[in-house]
Each structure stands twice: as C-alpha cells, then as structure tokens.
Design a protein around this ligand. Structure first.
Ligand code: DGY
Length: 322
C-alpha cells in the first residue's frame, strides 16, 4: 500500500492545475460536477489526509468527526462559510481559502450587476427577444443613473475597496459601512466615506453587499433595512445568499419599495426563491462573480499550493526554515 498522503478533490476542474498535486499525493478527483450531499462528503473525507473542496461542499462537524486522517482542507473560494471552522479547529485540521486572486474579477462583476440592474439590461433583452419591441418609444425601459449617484458598500474588505476604486470613473459619491473603519489613507485611496449602518441604507442610490456570511450577518438585510432604503434604490448582492432575507426582498421589489436588485447568490442555492424568479426587476446570475477563466484557474492553483503547504509536501518540505 502506498505511504503517500491521500487527497480528494470534489470537482474535476482544470486538470493541468490539479496535476500539480500528483508528485506528492495519491489523488482522487471526482469525475463529475454534482452536488455532494452530507453522506458523500462524509464518505469521501473518511480516508484522506487532505481535500480540495468547493463552495457548495458543506463540511460539517459529523464529516470532520469521522475523518480521522484528515489534516487539511483547501477551500476553493474566499468565503468559507461552507466549512465548520470550529469543528476543524477542534480536530486540528488546517483550513485554507483563496483570497486576493479573485478580488479584481469579483469587483468587475459587481459592476456588471450594478449596471445591468440600474439600466434594466437583462429585462430589456428578455422583452426584445419576446418580440415585444414594435415601436421605438421615448419612455421605454427608463432606468436609474449610475454616474453622479451615491454608491453604498456594506463590507469594505478587499473586494469592497476594489469596487469603490472603480466608482471614481463614474463620478460617484461612495459611502461605506464596515465592522471597523478603514485607516484614513485607505479611505482617501478609495474616496469612500464611513457612515453608520442605518445611514448607509438611507443614503445609497445603489447598495452593494460584500460582507462575509456568518451567524452574525444572517439576514443582515431584511424588511427593516429594505424599508430604510431610498425609494427607487437598487441592491446588489455578490456576497452570500443568507445575508439577505430573500422573502423580504421579494416583498420590497414587488411593492416597488426599491427599484431593482441584482443577485449572484441565494439563500438556498442553487434553488432561487420562486418569487424572485417571477419578478422582472431582478437580475439573477448563478454565483459567477469570480468566474473569469484566468481567475478560476488562479483560485484552483492557489488552493493546490495551499494544500501542498498545509500537508507539508512540496519542494521545500523538510528543509530548515531560512
Ligand atoms: C468565493 O470565493 O467565496 C466565491 O463566492 C466563489 O466564487
């Protein structure tokens, strides 16, 4: 039997990148992309030293408890609410994520959603494809301006800051709220003003959610927050679904309380709340904010490097530190 550490990869992505695991480990890559249920994840982790997992893989305490060999989990994603960090820590299993490499791509996509939402791009396209365009009309598909409006950013980490920097080109005023206020030089660099949470909701024409999901941020945007927003405001969520109460959002959109929403993430993805699906003033995308070819490759490459380092393999393994 091989003495090499065993590694499990839950999706067959970028084979040339995953091949970089081969010199060090016995690697088993799942041959298909499919949702991995709790039982399958438990089974898959039971006999391995490490795993490379993805956002839909919910690594829970029960799976960790049975994974007696497990030493490291490399999550392909910057968000890691799919991992039970407390259980991993208690079991002495290292967990890693993929920050930085996706920052700019994800910020680009926030802008794609912002523009599409404010200017009704997908709604207009659907309408045209349905054959409804019979005459050019002056008041057709009136949207909201982006330029010279106020952009609100809830959660001012790397991605929030990258979104703010892009707002300069549109001549926007940028407000933000974050658990802790940024240092003055970073605020200056982003041309962003810190405001209290309630003020952010009250003063933003376009509000982007970029905060991490945790039990503390569950339904951070619900009926009360939506009720505080400007009539005619738009909301974009590229963070995690559970941050927004989807039913409350559907109420606010249906009532015209806010003008429109752009959503890349959902409370129970891949299921989308049926009321959101039925509304025309919502732009819906399937959790693809970081999905450029280059960035998705970079995320897997970083996760591979993380796993190699966490399991003490690789070219520098066993060397004394410099
Ligand atoms: C992340 O990295 O957390 C994204 O949501 C996955 O694309």
């Amino acid at each position: 039997m091989s003495a090499r550490p065993r590694v499990w990869v839950t999706q067959p992505v970028f084979g040339d990148v995953l091949a970089r695991l081969d010199p060090y480990f016995d690697v088993r890559v799942e041959p298909t992309v499919a949702p991995r249920g709790a039982g399958e994840l438990r089974e898959g982790l039971r006999d391995v030293d490490g795993a490379l997992v993805f956002i839909p893989d919910r690594i829970d305490a029960a799976a960790i408890a049975q994974a007696s060999r497990l030493r490291a989990i490399a999550n392909v994603g910057v968000g890691y609410n799919n991992l039970d960090i407390a259980a991993l820590t208690a079991a002495g299993v290292l967990a890693t994520n993929t920050p930085d490499v996706l920052t700019e791509t994800t910020a680009d996509f926030a802008w794609a959603l912002l523009l599409a939402t404010a200017r009704r791009v997908t709604e207009a396209e659907r309408w045209l494809r349905e054959g409804q365009w019979t005459t050019w009309s002056f008041e057709l598909m009136l949207g909201r301006d982006i330029h010279a409006s106020t952009l609100g950013i809830l959660g001012m980490g790397r991605i929030g800051r990258a979104i703010a920097r892009r707002a300069r080109g549109f001549g926007m005023r940028v407000l933000y709220h974050n658990r802790s206020r940024l240092p003055p030089e970073v605020e200056r660099e982003c041309a962003a003003t810190f405001v209290a949470r309630n003020e952010l909701f009250a003063h933003s024409d376009h509000l982007v959610l970029v905060l991490p999901y945790s039990p503390q941020t569950h339904h951070a945007v619900g009926a009360a927050e939506l009720g505080r927003m400007k009539p005619g405001a738009t909301l974009v969520n590229i963070a995690r679904g559970g941050i927004v109460d989807d039913a409350a959002l559907a109420d606010a959109l249906a009532a015209g309380r806010i003008a429109a929403a752009g959503l890349d993430v959902y409370e129970n993805e891949p299921a989308v709340h049926p009321r959101l699906l039925a509304l025309r003033n919502v732009v819906l995308t399937p959790h693809i904010a970081s999905a450029s070819e280059a960035t998705r490759r970079a995320m897997v490459a970083l996760a591979v490097d993380n796993l190699v380092a966490a399991l003490g393999a690789g070219p520098h393994a066993g060397r004394p530190p410099n």
